[in-house]
Design a binder for this molecule. Structure first.
Ligand SMILES: C[S@@+](CC[C@H](N)C(=O)[O-])C[C@H]1O[C@@H](n2cnc3c(N)ncnc32)[C@H](O)[C@@H]1O
Length: 361
């Protein structure tokens, strides 16, 4: 049995660790491949044959996988094949007709979705329509694009055809009710990834801070990940602070998560020295702030303040824009922060860098 799981490109290793952790906790075992078929942002989980019936195992696995915090969707991967030559719709449909889709019969309704990558003389909409007719004929299921029982995935990556059944309805990242959601808000999966990186190597996390908190995505994820920690955030603008507070209140977390209005360029004024275990943040990127913003100065002020409020051994993780040289330059001056790790991720069509730093003793 195999499952394909999607995450943010660049966070595959963290998602793999989470899958192993959750399988372990429920006594299940499996093997995870990152970026299967060269697909960034994907993982393939292979489950060895078990003594329990497939249906029962599938129900247990989907229950576990639907708890993942570092994933968007889960697809029960049913079939994979290489189409000969340069694929056309007819050969794709022939291949789909050969696939036996478990649990699909005349009493069910379905829809087909397709992800297509590479050069083809047809679109993903063509695949959805043509493969849809084949699935309808082979299984007897009726088409219902809105209230479907089965979500059939027919993905084509160059010549490689992947067929599966998506088990998730809404994205797993849609886990909060947003009263306030600005365009710049972070994806929950990315917020979780930043928190995972910040916690690696820390044995105690009781105080977490996000000084550019926006709508509060990192704060909400932190509250879920560290149920005993005290969590605080701040933002420069009153309207944003009000919005974050509303989101936190809606999640029922106002007792444990506080937000105030403050300038992240002046953290020394806001918090006592060595009072925080982890700073996890998403400062403005610059994509929308324009070329005149002085990022070097912003990073200098933010990192100087962060090194003051972090306890020795504490960790700072933040998402930065394309101006990586500014961060490197600032770190030459802020000597008490040591850069542990940098990685580039993809989110919303842009490629920011994640910086992981430790506060030296
Ligand atoms: C990229 S957004 C953060 C988005 C947030 N992670 C979310 O999920 O909504 C950056 C935030 O930094 C805030 N900001 C900009 N300059 C600031 C400063 N000097 N001090 C504190 N906050 C600032 C902006 O108001 C904005 O909400």
């Amino acid at each position: 049995m195999q499952y394909r799981i999607t995450t943010s490109p660049g966070l595959e290793d963290l998602a793999a660790l989470e899958i192993y952790r959750r399988l372990d906790a429920t006594g299940l075992s499996g093997e995870v491949t990152e970026k299967p078929f060269g697909l960034a942002g994907n993982l393939l989980l292979r489950i060895p044959p078990a003594s329990v019936p497939d249906l029962e195992l599938h129900a247990r696995l989907t229950a576990v996988l639907h708890e993942l915090k570092l994933a968007f969707h889960v697809v029960h991967h049913v079939h994979e094949t290489l189409l000969p030559g340069s694929p056309d719709l007819a050969s794709l449909c022939d291949a789909v007709a050969e696939v036996s889709l478990p649990g699909c019969g005349p009493e069910q309704s379905f829809r087909v979705s397709s992800l297509r990558q590479g050069m083809h003389e047809f679109t993903s909409l063509d695949i959805e329509r043509e493969a849809g007719s084949v699935v309808q004929k082979e299984t007897g299921m009726s088409v219902d694009l809105e209230k479907f029982d089965r979500h059939v995935r027919v993905d084509l990556l160059d010549s490689r055809l992947l067929v599966g059944l998506q088990t998730t309805r809404r994205g797993l990242d849609k886990r909060y009710t947003w009263v306030y959601k600005p365009r710049v808000s972070l994806k929950t999966v990315v917020a979780r990834g930043l928190l995972e990186l910040a916690s690696q190597g820390l044995d105690e996390v009781s105080r977490i801070f996000d000084p550019f908190c926006g709508s509060g995505t990192i704060l909400l994820e932190a509250a879920d990940m560290f149920p005993k920690a005290s969590i605080a955030g701040s933002d420069l603008f009153e309207k944003v602070v009000d919005g974050a507070r509303a989101n936190i209140a809606t999640a029922g977390l106002s007792e444990r998560v506080t937000v105030r209005q403050a300038d992240a360029r002046d953290l020394r004024r806001e918090l006592p020295a060595a009072s925080v275990d982890m700073i996890v943040s998403n400062p403005p990127f610059g994509v929308r702030l324009g070329p005149r913003t002085d990022f070097k100065r912003l990073y200098h002020q933010f990192l100087t303040g962060a090194s003051h409020v972090l306890r020795p051994g504490g960790q700072l993780v933040f998402l930065g824009g394309r101006r990586r040289h500014h961060v490197v330059h600032v770190l030459r001056e802020v000597r008490s922060l040591s850069l542990k790790h940098v990685r580039v991720i993809e989110t919303g069509g842009i490629y920011p860098a994640v910086y992981v730093m430790t506060r030296l003793p």
